[in-house]
Write a new protein. Structure first.
Length: 616
């Protein structure tokens, strides 16, 4: 949940660190800090509570001497309030060592007591400072920074990415990771470390994965990776698909506006290479194998938040096309429910970041229970894909805004591609039937572009509603996950109480919430819907209108019943029921963003949130 950058090389460490931190700030922005070994060999640090700009302002007033070795950190607080003292880096070995950390050291209290008993003193409330002092002590004992790190991580429990540097070893940064992200950037005469590739993508797009329980030592001209026992490891190299500009706003007012505008291409790019002459092509599933996929008897989808709502849509599609039962379980509930899973269960994790600790722990549990594990992820080289047998990457590009938008439509697309693949290997759909569904999928990017045209109207609605205190969202069948997603966006962006309901549930209690002026979004099924849900949802609209609700309907173009009844209709292009959610969700993404903007809120970095929740 924190942003981490490390650098060794001939250029300005400060420039590299601050550039990297500015790209990583979405991972956490309670505080920021840097440590640099200046050219006189002195270790200097600076850290400030608040967003990165507070640190930049401070460095403007009182510059830090620059050098060629450095580490930097943006924090999302777990242990210790978000203040200057708890900001990273933390120091060890009488201020000669600096350490930064992402994650939680679960046994830090007992370790801290040991150190206090040994006469050590602390200046912060953090678990991180415990690690800094421990590594400092081990460095004094061994004179070897990597060995000192190895000795310390052997005693730590929990999840951590640690970077450390020391005055006595210029040109060296040592990193270690367990259950927390870290990747290596390979430069020419310089090397980088980062919690994700955004940390160094403007300097190099060559990267190396670091696996679980591994330690890396970077120097300007070398990278050495070992396991926690000191055995050499050969890391996998990969090319970063994103360029620096892709991680920037590209002229949009916010990352969120940019990413909503990219929803069409997120779907198109996720389909790229996976459709060949109307058939699905998913070689990524080869590590599991079609024979296994044909024999599984159950699918369990694990995810959190928006990713879980994508999973709910995947359930409808996979059950319809492949005729295999699909259960969607929130990751943080999964392993505590003692799930009945085994070799004939396919567990599918969905995670944009690939670092969500709740989902990572659930993936590990599923693997240990013998289930087959497939991940759907948007971040190359992330931890969850590395813990899975196979991964389907969504090619949505970097999603920087904390509230997920384009990743959602990409996740649904990946689930639909998976569903059609399963339908083929389980001989449930013919090649022709699959080609028909594939054709519908391939039309979605253009239809999404049509939906984006209604942005201005939605912005007006949001402006009028800026002072609203409560919004309800109704949807039926595949419209229900859309209602849940719309409500989540409003909560996390505009800090407004919002709730998504299954429309059929309304009369079983929630209708008591309806009073004059209550704003209700209704995701209306197509009038052509073979399940004949349209008249039922129109009846729901009549019921709430009769009680004074103000209804905004997301409805198919030309839906005369919805147009006659609703106070406002946001039209979406015609699409078969399973594909309609991909279109209906975008107006709700836009509405959440515009209402937050109308309230003057930061749509990219909402309060209390982080882009990747890497603690349980
Ligand atoms: C979505 O807008 C939220 N930021 C949050 O619910 C998010 O979807 C959830 O934390 C899962 O994140 P992941 O996809 O990176 O695992």
């Amino acid at each position: 949940m924190c942003g981490i950058v490390g650098y060794v090389g001939p250029n300005s460490s400060l420039d590299v660190l601050l550039a990297g931190l500015s790209r990583l700030e979405y991972r956490g922005y309670d505080s920021a800090g840097v440590a640099v070994l200046d050219r006189a060999g002195h270790l200097g640090t600076r850290k400030r509570a608040g967003k990165l700009v507070a640190l930049l302002d401070d460095l403007e007033v009182e510059p830090l001497r620059d050098g060629e070795t450095g580490i930097g950190h943006t924090r999302w607080a777990t242990h210790g309030r978000p203040n200057d003292g708890n900001a990273h880096p933390h120091l060890g070995d009488n201020g000669k060592l600096a350490l930064i950390h992402n994650g939680i050291i679960e046994n830090f209290s007992e370790l801290k007591q040991e150190l206090l008993d040994a006469g050590e003193t602390f200046t912060s409330e953090t678990d991180t400072e415990v690690a800094a002092i421990m590594v400092g002590r081990e460095f004094r004992a061994t004179g070897d920074l990597a060995e000192a790190m190895r000795r310390v991580v052997a005693r730590l429990e929990g999840a951590f990415t640690l970077l450390v540097m020391h005055e006595d070893v210029p040109g060296v940064v040592v990193g270690a990771r367990r259950n927390s992200p870290l990747v290596i950037g390979l430069g020419d005469g310089e090397n980088f470390l980062g919690s994700d590739v955004a940390a160094f993508v403007e300097f190099t797009r060559r990267a190396l994965e670091i696996g679980q329980d591994q330690i890396v030592t970077i120097r300007p001209d070398s990278v050495v990776v070992t396991d926690f026992d000191g055995n050499d490891v050969e890391p996998r190299e990969f090319e970063v698909e994103w360029d620096a500009s892709a991680a920037e706003k590209g002229g949009w007012s916010s990352f969120m506006a940019k990413e909503i505008s990219e929803e069409p291409e997120a779907v198109a790019n996720t389909l790229l290479g996976r459709v060949v002459e109307g058939a699905i092509h998913l070689p990524e599933l080869d590590p599991i194998g079609d024979d296994v996929l044909a024999s599984i008897d159950r699918i369990v989808v694990i995810a959190c938040g928006t990713a879980a709502y994508a999973g709910l849509l995947g359930k409808y599609a996979i059950e319809k096309w492949a005729r295999i039962p699909v259960e969607v379980v929130l990751s943080h509930e999964f392993r505590y429910s003692e799930p009945v899973i085994g070799p004939r269960t396919l567990v599918v994790s969905i995670s944009q970041s690939g670092e969500t600790m709740d989902t990572l722990m659930a993936v590990k549990y599923a693997s240990q229970a013998g289930a087959r594990v497939l991940s759907i992820c948007n971040t190359q080289g992330a931890t969850i894909p590395r813990e899975s047998e196979a991964v389907i990457y969504t090619h949505a590009g970097p999603e920087v805004a904390v509230a997920s938008t384009k990743a959602f439509v990409a996740q649904v697309t990946a689930l639909y591609v998976l569903g059609l693949h399963l339908a083929r290997v389980r001989e449930r759909l013919s090649a022709h039937q699959i080609a028909e569904q594939v054709s519908e999928l391939q039309q979605i990017p253009a239809k999404l572009a049509d939906v984006l045209v209604s942005s201005e109207r939605i912005k007006q609605l949001a402006t009028w509603m800026a002072d609203t205190r409560s919004v309800l969202f109704l949807g039926r069948h595949v419209g229900y996950p859309v209602a849940l997603e719309g409500a989540l966006k409003l909560k996390e962006l505009a800090y407004i109480h919002a709730e998504g309901f299954a429309a059929g549930e309304l009369k079983h209690g929630p209708i008591a919430l309806i009073e004059p002026g209550q704003i209700v979004f209704v995701v209306v099924p197509s009038p052509r819907d073979p399940l004949s849900l349209h008249p039922k949802v129109i009846s729901n609209i009549q019921e709430i209108k009769a009680r004074g609700a103000r209804v905004i309907a997301i409805a198919e173009q030309g839906d005369t019943a919805a147009i006659a009844l609703a106070d406002e209709v946001i039209p979406i292009p015609l699409a078969p029921p399973l594909f309609e959610p991909l279109l209906a969700v975008v107006p709700l993404h836009i509405f959440g963003m515009e209402l937050a903007s109308a309230k003057g809120l930061d749509v990219d970095q909402p309060r209390n949130l982080a882009k990747s929740v890497t603690v349980e």
